[in-house]
Design a protein around this ligand. Structure first.
Ligand SMILES: [Zn+2]
Length: 480
């Protein structure tokens, strides 16, 4: 050992001392493109975004530029992961340091947000460290003043108790049994709705105008229709309403394509009622519209009741995008109605305003419509009526005795319209043809998710939902 070494060893005990100093170290740190977007989205929108790998489906939070598993470049594939999640692990910080964000003791938790597959570390506040548990539900609390750091999420706190939305009746509903003729023509008389029937839920899967660039959930091919119909049936729908499409999404009047689509649905869920459109899509001739119904013979088909504007307008500015006249003359109403009745296809009578209902009742004097007649009140078509509570009641009161009614609304009219129908003893149509969103404005994962809303509404009213066979009994549909 050197002399110097001996010196330092010898001197350590008595000479060691702490120097109080200060290092000022300003620095700029580039968070990276991905990290920057992550932070600025939290700052500007109070929204937490991760990146999703399209190859393996993994959602990274904090977001990554490249998938760790398969090296897919995911920097532009952003997804909203929500602001609630679960504590997967945690530690309690017990030492004090002026650089720490909180005075000890406090909790740093690994939190897996609901839309993410990886956890992020953050401060968990609002409870005692000894009360923190793995698996507990927490939610983000955003900072009031931004620092453009991760502390724009100030902390996470235990998730607030929410109203329970998963309510379901405990007992199964009794099967629907039609009441014997009572001599009273219509239980609605005196303003009292007939709530005795379970709600028939129809899912309008596609329509002629909903395209995959608006929502990827809309079906085009027969197998997509079949799968979607199956999900709706599992969710509680008794019926699906179908406009068949070509592979590229164009609505078609081709008999073979319509038959293949119809049969694919029936093969996937034989019990379900398939209701085909006799409108098909814009610009089809009367012959193209009705011949496919006669050829395929679905259990039910739409019957349109008045010539009207049927256009595409910007709802905010009133600007016209597509101006189209939807032709439904008296002759067509008569010929289509007769063709359906003669072929055992129950008409679903589409009512876009009171005039259409009046037209139908005029033609009905010829006597070819079989009872009960089934009407669908349609709201929100640009060219038809907007949804109004009192208009709904007026239409209902104008129906012939024993008639059934259901309803559908375009866009935001969808859910209020089915709620009112439910209260008044009517039925409900939902689906991506009419509306691509859920009540909270999120894109629906499919028509089936809107069916779940209708099921819930029907159960809350104490009516429950009709099975397909119950729907046939109520609507007078011949099973095929
Ligand atoms: Zn991957």
């Amino acid at each position: 050992m050197s002399e110097e070494g001996q010196m330092s060893t010898k001197n350590t005990d008595k000479d060691s001392f702490a120097v109080q100093g200060k290092l000022a170290l300003p620095y700029t740190y580039f968070a990276g493109r991905v990290g920057s977007k992550f932070l600025t989205t939290i700052r500007d929108q109070k929204k937490i975004m991760g990146t999703k790998c399209p190859t393996c489906g993994k959602v990274y939070l904090p977001p990554r530029q490249v998938c760790q598993k398969d090296f897919t470049d995911i920097r532009n594939n952003w997804v909203d992961v929500g602001s609630s999640g679960t504590v997967v692990n945690f530690t309690v910080v017990r030492y004090e340091d002026r650089h720490l964000a909180r005075k000890p003791p406090y909790v740093i938790a690994m939190i897996k947000l609901d839309g993410a597959d990886t956890p992020m570390a953050h401060i968990l506040d609002g409870l005692k460290p000894e009360d923190v548990k793995k698996g507990m539900r927490v939610e983000a609390v955003f900072a009031e003043k931004t620092t453009t750091t991760i502390l724009d999420i100030d902390h996470f706190k235990p998730e607030a108790e929410r109203a329970k939305t998963g309510w379901r009746p405990k007992a199964a509903r009794k099967p629907y049994v039609p009441e014997p003729e009572s001599g009273i023509e219509d239980k609605r008389r005196g303003g009292k709705p007939d709530m005795s029937k379970p709600v028939i839920i129809c899912a309008a899967l596609a329509g002629a105008a909903t395209m995959k660039n608006q929502t990827p959930a809309v079906p085009y091919t027969p197998s997509e229709f079949a799968e979607d119909a199956y999900k709706c049936w599992k969710a509680g729908a008794a019926m699906v309403h179908v406009h068949a499409r070509e592979d590229n999404g164009m609505p078609t009047h081709d008999h073979e394509r319509i038959r293949t689509t119809h049969d694919a649905i029936k093969q996937r869920c034989p019990e379900l009622i398939v209701n085909l459109s006799s409108a098909v899509g814009m610009g089809k001739t009367a012959e193209q519209r009705i011949s496919q119904i006669v050829a395929v013979k679905p259990e039910m088909a739409s019957l349109n009741t008045n010539t009207m504007n049927f256009s595409l307008l910007d709802r905010k500015s009133g600007k016209i995008f597509i101006d189209f006249v939807f032709e439904n003359t008296f002759t067509m109403l008569q010929d289509f109605g007769k063709a359906m009745e003669e072929n055992g296809v129950k008409p679903e009578i589409e009512v876009y305003d009171m005039g259409g209902l009046d037209n139908t009742m005029l033609i009905a004097k010829q006597g070819f419509f079989t009872n009960p007649m089934n009407f669908n009140f349609v709201w929100g078509v640009a060219g038809g009526q907007a949804f109004r509570v009192e208009t709904f009641v007026a239409l209902m009161n104008a129906l012939p005795a024993k008639a059934n009614f259901t309803t559908c609304g375009v866009g935001l009219d969808q859910f209020p319209a089915i709620m009112q129908s439910g209260i008044l003893g009517g039925h409900m149509r939902v689906g991506l043809e009419d509306n691509i969103r859920m009540p909270d404005g999120e894109l629906a994962k499919g028509s089936w998710e809107q069916v779940e809303v209708a099921v819930h509404a029907a159960e809350c009213l104490g009516r429950g939902v009709a099975t397909p066979d119950e729907a046939r009994a109520i609507m007078g549909i011949h099973k095929r």
